[in-house]
Design a protein around this ligand. Sequence first.
Ligand SMILES: Nc1ncnc2c1ncn2[C@@H]1O[C@H](COP(=O)(O)OS(=O)(=O)O)[C@@H](OP(=O)(O)O)[C@H]1O
Ligand SMILES: Nc1ncnc2c1ncn2[C@@H]1O[C@H](COP(=O)(O)OP(=O)(O)O)[C@@H](O)[C@H]1O
Length: 415
Amino acid sequence: MSSPAPVPQHYPSPRELDDLELLATGALSPHDGFGAPGSPLTLDLPEALRDAPVVELVDPEGLPLARVHREDDGRRRVEPLARPEYGPFRRLYLSPAQVREQHAGRTVVPVTGPLTRRDLDALAGLGPTVLLALVGHGTAELSPVATLRATLRAAAALPDAVVVAVPLAAHGDADADHGLGVRVVEAYAGGDPVHALAETDGAEDEHDDGDDYPDDVAEVVDADRPAPDEVGLVLFFTGLSGSGKSTLARALVDRLLEQGRRTVTSLDGDVVRRQLSAGLTFSKADRETNIRRIGWVAAEIARHGGVAVCSPIAPFDETRQQVRAMVDDAGGRFFLIHVATPLEECERRDRKGLYAKARRGEIPEFTGISSPYEEPDDADVRVDTTGRTIDDALGDVVDALAAGGWVDVRVRANG
Ligand SMILES: Nc1ncnc2c1ncn2[C@@H]1O[C@H](COP(=O)(O)OS(=O)(=O)O)[C@@H](OP(=O)(O)O)[C@H]1O
Ligand SMILES: Nc1ncnc2c1ncn2[C@@H]1O[C@H](COP(=O)(O)OP(=O)(O)O)[C@@H](O)[C@H]1O
């Protein structure tokens, strides 16, 4: 007897995990699935799973959270299996039903940023409140964890406030997200009153600056917004083989090390291929895996305030965008340098003799010859090294970094 085929699994993105939780807790009831007409809640399944009738959604550690069932109209109905168990302040993530049960009768106040003294004055007269912190992916002004920390501190300053966290993510469509937010807040409020703070009305608030936060809220805000020279950086060179990525990246790393103000890690294409990505080929899938690995490591370096200098070919736009998103999510800044030396010049240099081999058909899928290179249109700086000295070409990169307020290594340290 053959056993039934296992249900395929999928790891949703952070935004999709937030959406899943809203659907699973009934915060969008009667909607119970992804892909409803007009809804921004979508699930981007990989090609191989698009036709699967059932897919299991798992958290980053592999815990099954839900199954999604493909309906005839293309929707993906959510069958919840488990609530997420981990994460900072998990205990504050309640469902609308739990809020009704535990906190009925309170005024519900949606919160997307740190509360000011003025906000607290306004709230003090409202009686018992639920501060509903909307901390989904891309919604809150601070990181979700800092928003919750700041909201807890604000709650402690009020006569009777409790904090509830809601994973309401942003989907890049202001109107749709506003509509979603209104529905979710109504679901949490039940019939209880909702009080919108001045900012949530979209009103200009001239007092809403750092000075106006109560001291212990300001402490949280400051800690979550590192000074510009402490923000993690990913300086990502992309370009054809022989364009000058490694040469320029090495020179930039030396400048940073000579200056000594930042910790620096080099993730050179060739070096990564011998270590982190040993065994991978140059197929499209393996190149994507290689770049995502580099992106993952670089994002972790940025998360801890370091500088990662990466110099792989990274020929595919979509994968570069994924790296950018990983770095953004880690609170770092992603700076893209397109080393745009044309193929003819790279081939003329042919320092490693690879182009000659590729032309003879001895290396399959060689970038620029038999494998594509997608030129970026989102580069922060573009450098063609043809006929220029290394110092001169590096000057363009260094100037762009300084002009954008990223890091200033224009002057060489004097030893
Ligand atoms: N088929 C094929 N295509 C392109 N490059 C090849 C290939 N085979 C080997 N090499 C050598 O590998 C280096 C590129 O590796 P990367 O990891 O940077 O490539 S990728 O980003 O994964 O596409 C590249 O190094 P650089 O010259 O430093 O770019 C080449 O030396
Ligand atoms: N202005 C320049 N900037 C960078 N490299 C240059 C420049 N002019 C000539 N080159 C030479 O081009 C080659 C680039 O090789 P490399 O830095 O390994 O490229 P990649 O890492 O993109 O494969 C080196 O031999 C380097 O000396």
